[in-house]
Design a protein around this ligand. Sequence first.
Ligand code: UT7
Length: 331
Amino acid sequence: MGKLTAAITAVGGYVPKFVLTNKMLEGMVDTNDEWIVSRTGIKERRILKPEEGQGTSFLAIEAAKDLIRKKNIDPSGIDLVIIATATPDGLVASTAAFVASEIGATRAFAYDLLAACSSFLFGMSTAASYIESGRYKKILLIGADKMSSIIDYTDRTTCIIFGDGAGAVLFEPNKEGLGLQDEYLRADGNGRKYLGMDGGGSLMPATEESVKNRKHYIYQEGKTVFKFAVSNMADVAAKIMEQNNLSHNDVSWLVPHQANKRIIDATANRMGLDSSKVMMNIDRYGNTTSGTLPLLLADYEKQLKKGDNLVFAAFGGGFTWGSIYLKWSYN
Ligand code: UT7
């Protein structure tokens, strides 16, 4: 019997209906459409409005339901549900456990995986390892974030960037050598002072003071993060190509984290890729953190062909970053 590989066999996606445009942001903070588009590539983002009373689980459930409907699978056959996220519904009870129950994955165990914007990328490695070991056969990996729940809409340096959304993929064993081929994953804890959220965790539990000082919102030293992101995302993408003897002609698609169009362009340039091979939806969704990579797959699914070589790359808080090389498994 040949070696088992872990292939993505289905995808689903969901974004909330409410569209927050650059024009609307102009009325909220001192910014303008021209600055946002030229500095980030973002035109609009989707927001799950607070009055809906829904958390990240809602986005994840909708993305999972989309996948289940399209692939026509019985959810009770799923072995494991992993939610990659930076914004779980709450800190203690597993969001993934709730999602699994809501979608009818009644036999599955479930847990959350937190690695900021690299959560989904690292989740791909985790899901694939379970499949390759032969221990489980159907793993639902969902990248979901309600970033609007931790955004300060009076801070123009962050509120223009992030949006809400979720995407889901199913990992299954493959005997044709398709699926995850190789990975190069990294972390550097020195990065946490440049991008994160101080309040709400064990280091700084919520107090009147922490709320007053706006410590429950994300902060980012944009310029510094940009420098690290540009060089590290390009480095790991180049490294994964080198490790696998891939030339730019061999790469069918770059699937890059959607943090900033300029970071994506720099990564594609370094790989020698034409823009027609670069998946992009940052203009419509902004940075949905754990949602970006699976939402790209959902948007581009119809254009993907069996055997296509996909290079994923991400960079995020922590810092965490990396690249994955995967062969697409279906038409
Ligand atoms: O997904 C996780 C990883 N995150 C990232 O990869 C994000 C990395 N960083 C970035 O994408 C960019 O740094 C930002 C988009 C956040 C900012 O773009 P930038 O080109 O680095 O701008 P900057 O912070 O250097 O600011 C340039 C100028 C400043 O004004 P002065 O000091 O030159 O007068 C800012 O005050 O732009 C000003 N500025 C704005 N102006 C209009 C900052 N934010 C805004 C804004 N609208 N929203």
